[in-house]
Design a protein around this ligand. Structure first.
Ligand code: SF4
Length: 363
């Protein structure tokens, strides 16, 4: 048994499920193959051993490929302490992979022909902070991009407020390869709620940074995620959040309703906002967002965007994919008349739009 549940409940799981042969959590994944070999020859695998931090095995690959797209993990764990989040307790503190290992994984992805690499971590902007680096993500990108000239799309997922440096903005503004896509989970906009979430509460930094980036990078897409119904969120603070969303005009947005996680700091705050009220707040934000997104997307009609094909219907001659504006799995899709193979990048002229998806024809 492996993964977050195994890491979190450890011996309790072994007691509850005597049929489990061994339990390895999230921090010793590099031991998976030797442990399975031991099981095959009939030995019992020792239960959880206390690994204080995740360890990266030299030579192991941390990539996932889906069609023409891929994920490349650059770090794991988190050194922050957001009050609602169980991840640091499960994954441990931040561990950044050595640059050479990331470059090797990226070259491999280029060799197999992917058209998109999504760099991931719990917080990509923290890359290198565990080694004392102050702008580690920028340094990494400067080394990474020249190594993979044949991968046209490089996307950053999960950046942390306050950690977007001017170097990073310049790089995004001047590079064809680093997509103009800012994924910045803000969680809230009311400083008091953010303080109780133990998140950065300087909401003016968010305004300044996003506005500066929009000026420098006209095609920038900004995505955020928010939590409604956090225990300290009042009707007034929710209205603050609503106004902020209206002001910022995000291109993509996800909203979660709060639920307490065992072992987190916020657990002690209780869960005073009712489920119904949380749903009402979520719906209000999503309705606002879908109205604004529809208006914003209308400016794309008549434009031609490259799309990365994820699905085809050969009979109907329809292709489904994503433009640079949409991250895999979380954002919208582009549906177009045309023919292409899964994994291709092909130009599509946009003819109509919905709040989430775009429709058009192959150019
Ligand atoms: S929400 Fe993100 S930044 Fe905050 S503790 Fe969890 S993983 Fe870390």
């Amino acid at each position: 048994m492996t993964g977050c549940l195994a890491e979190r409940w450890r011996e309790n799981l072994l007691k509850a499920h005597p049929g489990v042969d061994g339990l390895i959590g999230t921090r010793r994944l590099e031991d998976l193959v030797p442990l399975i070999r031991q099981l095959k020859v009939g030995s019992k695998v020792s239960p959880y051993l206390d690994y204080p931090a995740l360890q990266y095995a030299p030579g192991a690959s941390y990539t996932t490929i889906q069609g023409g797209s891929s994920y490349l993990k650059i770090a794991d764990g988190c050194h922050r302490s957001c009050a609602f989040c169980a991840i640091p307790g499960i994954k441990g503190s931040l561990v950044s992979r050595p640059i050479e290992d990331i470059l090797r994984d990226a070259r491999f992805l280029q060799e197999v022909g992917v058209n998109e690499i999504n760099l991931i971590a719990q917080d990509v902007t923290a890359y290198g902070a565990d080694r004392g680096e102050t702008d580690g993500l920028y340094e990494l990108l400067c080394k990474l991009m020249p190594e993979i000239p044949d991968v046209p799309w490089l996307r950053l997922l999960y950046t942390y407020p306050g950690m977007i440096t001017d170097n990073l903005i310049d790089l995004m503004a001047n590079s064809e390869q680093l997509l103009p896509y800012l994924d910045i989970p803000l969680q809230h906009a009311d400083p008091e709620v953010l303080r109780s979430m133990r998140r950065p509460s300087d909401i003016d930094w968010v305004r300044r940074t996003i506005n500066k980036m929009r000026e420098r990078i006209p095609d920038l897409v900004v995505r955020t995620t928010l939590i409604v119904g956090f225990p300290t969120e009042t009707e007034t603070s929710f209205e603050e959040l609503y106004k902020f969303v209206e002001e910022m005009q995000f291109d993509q947005m996800g909203v979660f309703t709060y639920s307490p996680e065992i072992g987190t700091l916020a657990e002690n705050l209780g869960d005073p906002v009712s489920t119904e009220e949380k749903e009402v707040r979520k719906q209000r934000l999503m309705e606002l967002q879908s109205r604004m997104a529809l208006v914003k997307k209308q400016s794309l009609i008549g434009k031609t965007l490259d799309i990365l094909v994820e699905g085809v219907d050969e009979e109907q001659e329809v292709i489904i994919g994503r433009s640079y504006r949409d991250a895999p799995e979380i954002d919208g899709l582009v549906v177009a008349n045309g023919r292409a193979a899964v994994g291709d990048l092909t130009p599509v002229t946009i003819e109509s739009v919905g709040p989430y998806d775009l429709f058009g024809s192959q150019s």
